[in-house]
Design a protein around this ligand. Sequence first.
Ligand code: F6R
Length: 334
Amino acid sequence: NSGMLLHVLGMPRSILEGLEKYGEESGRILVYEPEKIKGVVVSGMGGSFISGLFLYDLLSDRASKPILLNRDAKLPSFVDKNYLLVTVSYSGNTEETLRVYLEGYRRGTPIVAITSGGEMAAVSDRLGVPLLRLPPNVPPRAAFPYITAALASILEIITGVSVLEELRQAAEDLEKSLEASLGEGVAVARLLRDDVKSGLTPLVYGYSPYLSPAYRFKTQMNENAKVHAFFGELPEANHNEIMGWGGPLGRFTVSIIRGREEPEYMRARIEFLEGVLKKNGVPLYNLYGEGGSRASELLSLVFKVDVASVVLALLLGIDPTPVGTITELKGYLE
Ligand code: F6R
């Protein structure tokens, strides 16, 4: 049952390995001229989506070009041959992502595929579409370090932001703080286990630029611990969701994913929310990132929430690895 935990514990090593491999490879396979590309569209689902959000958090406010995230089976109409389309599918067989890939190809949009194989690799070989190959036999959501490194190596070339070095430093920082971060993840898992057992549903709040670890926490609790968990975005949630507290339905346990770059206006909003939660007897856990850079904070947060979700599964007596209903869905769609 501990396979997933080993993947999580290997996160810093896998990031470094991925950076080494893809950093070099991307320069070689990317046949498109960066100056001619207006923006990047990153398309993927589930475990193959999250790295896009992670890198969006990390660099979108510094990038010279827009980065768009697509989690759909279709492509926005403005995406033409002046954009770069990066399609991410670990298996290479996810229908939504394959549809986007083919639609992009039809429009003449330059494409880079990130996959371990499947249909996407086969079609790319046939059409001569550049491809970064992910290592085999990894559950898609555990391929996060490799997908992140591969995608970062492309975004660095297109946007001119030196993310590879930032990620390398972040992975080294994470290695140093691994034990403490592991301990924190386990502690949160214990609290959540008690909450879930007493009938509370996890709800995770995040805000920019730390949305990816917050969303990751929700999806990892879903897939690893097989529990319902929901995600909300601040400050928006304070303008609607906040009305549910004290209402007749819903019993939640709340985690807020936080970082150093918390502007005053955000702090005030979180303080207010904390007050409302307290008044209504809602358990609240604040999770902070470690390290002196945004990359280090983001990576340590993803590590902590991954640990928390896997350990939550184990404490609940659930095998974190299989995702039976998602597999069933894919079979149904074939
Ligand atoms: C399973 C997982 C899922 C998949 C999703 C898309 O570990 O994380 O969320 O990532 O079903 O499949 P792929 O990644 O193969 O395109």
